[in-house]
Structure formats: structure tokens, C-alpha cells
Ligand binder design. Sequence first.
Ligand SMILES: [Zn+2]
Length: 334
Amino acid sequence: MKRQIKIHCREIHPHIHRIILPLPGRQPGPVNAYLFSGKQTTLLDCGTNRTARHLEESLKQIGIGFSDIDRIILTHGHIDHYGAAQHIVRRSSGRIAVAAHPEDTPVVETGMEVSDRQFSKFYRLMGVPLVFELLFYGMGLFFSSLAENCRVDLHLSDGEKIQVGDYEATVVSTPGHTRGSICLYLEKEDILFSGDHIIGHITPNAFVMLESDFDIPWRMSQVEFYDSLRKIESLAPQIVYPAHGKPINDLPKTAAMYREQFLRRQEKILAILKKGEFTVYRIARSLFPEISGKRLPLEIFLSVSEVFTHLQVLEKDGMVASHVKRRKQYYSLK
Ligand SMILES: [Zn+2]
């Protein structure tokens, strides 16, 4: 017997529907996909492959089938946003074009940002114990089961105008959460679809941007995230529709919350470093002593990424220094 599907599909603007799709875990919560129907029927993000039927049922409610979709736009290359894309394309006999920013295309097409080897190198350098490598591997297998790799047919670049349904949208490149994150801005309507760059109920992660050629990532995700945030603030959209959670009517308040959180984290890291020199892993465990249980590998993965990206900024600002000792990177106050 098929499981009963609870459908959340609501018209938020004429011919624009928000469809809420479930996602395992507490945060960031269910995914919002947006359907723009009309001249160029466009789906913005599509959830994981596990919720493809849920999406299909939701679309059915507004009289749309997968084969009516002309284009899928991906806000970025995370599985909860692109996971179902390949399934939908297959169901439409391949007539749907998938669009994304070129910098997130490799991850959508291959499911990987860098090789497993490069990934382990970085986490070992950060002092993460070997046992987590196995746990990360298991976590990776689970996540990849939520998405199918998908070919990207169309590359979107900053400032480009694109037809979505009956509307014209401007692509705004907002690196930070990932390299190739984008937002869509409907200028005439003054509304922004923000992907994971702006979320109302949590501060989005500025994930470490691992490199194939360098053991220590050189791009500063936090700096790029706040540069992108300023770019969005200058547009001053009246309403922001995020990829998780409710619409945001007060962008300045949300942006202020992010900045406050950012400063508080940095202060806490500096306070830990007052006690001596530590690896990123050690700092992360002191900063988040509460993490444990089933979610431990994921929380370690996220917190190491977060602490590292903060330390990049503190090092750039001359407050922290780092050196490699016994194949681990240590940080201390300057
Ligand atoms: Zn994401």
C-alpha cells in the first residue's frame, strides 16, 4: 500500500507555487521547491529523489505533470536541492533542461566536490580522528542515496536575465554557502528566491570550499558569504523566499542576526585559543560540547567546516596564526 502523502502546495504569487518537501533531520527542515507556471514552466529546486513522488503529487494538484516542465533551475549543488532532478528529466523523456551555476555543476553531475582521498586529507589535517573517516564514508553513502547525478544543460551567470514562468528573473551569483550558489531576483515584483543563502530560522553554513589541488582550501567561504549578503541587501527585496522555512519579510533583521552570530562565534573561538594551541577538531569539540549520538559524524563534519572557515578570517585579520605539526594544523593566538 502506498503511503499517504501530505501535500503542502500554495500559490504565493500569481502562478508561483511553493511546494514543501520533507527532508530527514531537524535542520534546516523541509525543502521548498517553487514552481513558476506559464510561458516557460520552471521548477526552482526539486528536493531529493526520495520525495520525487511527493513532488509529483503536489504538482498534480495544480494540474502540472513532470512533462509540462520546461526547465529546472538549481539554486546550488546540494542533494536536497538537485536530488530528484535526474528522475524528473527521465520522466519527461529528457526534454527538460537543467540549469545551474557552472561552479556547482561538477557536484551535480558527479555527486562529489573533491575525491574521497582529498576529503580525508583535509579532515586529517584538521585533527579529526581516523574513526570518523569510516563514519563520514557511511554518511556519504546515505547522502548519495538521496540524489542521482544529473547533467546540467545550461550554465547561469551573474546578472543574466532568465524567463521563469510568466516572469523575468535576474540571476544573482551568491557564493558562500557553496561556490556556485545563486538567487533569483524578480525585479518588477521586488521578490527574491534565495536558495540556502538566506534562511530565516538559522544562519546558513558557509561550507569550506575544498580544492583538488590544495590540501588547505584557499577560498574564504565566510568572506564570500558576507560579500554576497551585502549584494542581496543592496537589492533590498521586499520578500525573500528561501529554500527552507518561511518567507522573510525583514531582510535587515535577518542579516543583523547572521552578523551577530558570526561575531559571537569568532569571540568564542578566540576565547578557546586563549588556553593554548589546538587543531580545528579540538576547537570544534570545545565550541559544541553537546554534540553526540547518531548525528555525531554529521555534526563533526559541519562543525569542523564552520570552525575552519572562521579561522581563515581570523588568520587573515592577523589575530590567529597556524602551523603544521605532526601532519596536523594547529591554531594559536597571535
Ligand atoms: Zn545547501
